[in-house]
Design a protein. Structure first.
Length: 218
C-alpha cells in the first residue's frame, strides 16, 4: 500500500528528469538548375542568336560581310526570297533566342553545366541578367516591374532602329546592334511577365475582387 502511494505521489526531493530538446529540423539543400532545361535553352539561345543577328539580318539589310565589304547572301537566302518570308524567318529565329534567354535565366546554377557558361559568354551574361529575378523573393513584383519597364524601353528603341534602317545601304553593324537590343529588351519583358505570373501577381487582383463581391453579397 505504501509503495503504491509513493509511486503516485512521487519523491518530492528527486531532481526533475531533463526534458530532451527536439532535434533541429534539417534544412533542405538548395537544388541546382535542371540540365534538362539548361541545355535546350542553351541550344535555342545560341542557334537563335546567330541565325537572327547574323544570317537573317544580313539578308534583310544586305550587310556587307565580304572581303571588300560586298553583300554575300546567307545559306538561307535561297529558301526565303521575299521580304515577308525573310521577316518571318527573322521573327522565328529571334523568338528562339528570346525563349533561350528566358529558359537559361530562370534556372539556378548547375556545376555540371559550368562548361556551357564558361565556353559561351552570352549564356553567362544571360544567367547573370536573370539573377535578380531568381533571387527576388518577396520583392518579386517590384523587381519584375523594373524588368518590364527596362525591357519595354530597350525593345522599343531596337524596333524603331530596325524600321528606320530598313531599305538603306548598310556598311556597318548597325542593324545587328539594333536586333540585339530588340532581343535583349523582349527577353527582359518576357522574363518579367513570367515572374509576375509565377509569383501569383496576376491572380491576386482577381482573388481580391472575388472577396469584395462576396463581402458585398453578405
Amino acid at each position: 500500500m505504501d509503495s503504491d502511494i509513493a509511486r503516485i505521489i512521487g519523491n518530492p526531493y528527486a531532481s526533475p528528469a531533463p526534458t530532451p530538446e527536439p532535434a533541429p529540423a534539417e534544412q533542405p539543400k538548395p537544388q541546382p538548375g535542371s540540365l534538362a532545361i539548361i541545355f535546350p535553352g542553351f541550344i535555342l539561345l545560341l542557334v537563335g542568336y546567330l541565325t537572327s543577328n547574323v544570317f537573317a539580318v544580313a539578308d534583310l539589310y544586305h550587310v556587307g560581310f565580304g572581303p571588300q565589304g560586298e553583300f554575300i547572301p546567307s545559306p538561307f537566302a535561297s529558301a526565303f526570297t521575299t521580304p515577308l518570308a525573310q521577316w518571318l524567318f527573322y521573327a522565328v529565329a529571334a523568338g528562339a533566342a528570346i525563349a533561350g534567354c528566358v529558359v537559361v535565366g530562370s534556372q539556378k546554377f548547375n556545376p555540371m553545366a559550368v562548361v556551357i557558361f564558361v565556353m559561351c559568354p552570352i549564356v553567362g551574361l544571360v544567367f547573370l541578367a536573370g539573377a535578380p529575378l531568381r533571387m527576388a523573393g518577396r520583392f518579386a513584383t517590384p523587381i519584375a516591374v523594373v524588368y518590364l519597364a527596362v525591357g519595354t524601353c530597350l525593345a522599343g528603341a531596337g524596333i524603331m532602329r530596325l524600321v528606320s534602317l530598313y531599305g538603306q545601304t548598310i556598311n556597318d553593324a548597325a542593324p545587328m546592334l539594333a536586333s540585339i537590343l530588340t532581343e535583349v529588351g523582349l527577353a527582359l519583358l518576357v522574363g518579367g511577365l513570367v515572374k509576375l505570373w509565377r509569383s501569383g501577381a496576376f491572380s491576386a487582383p482577381a482573388a481580391a475582387s472575388a472577396q469584395g463581391d462576396l463581402a458585398a453579397a453578405r
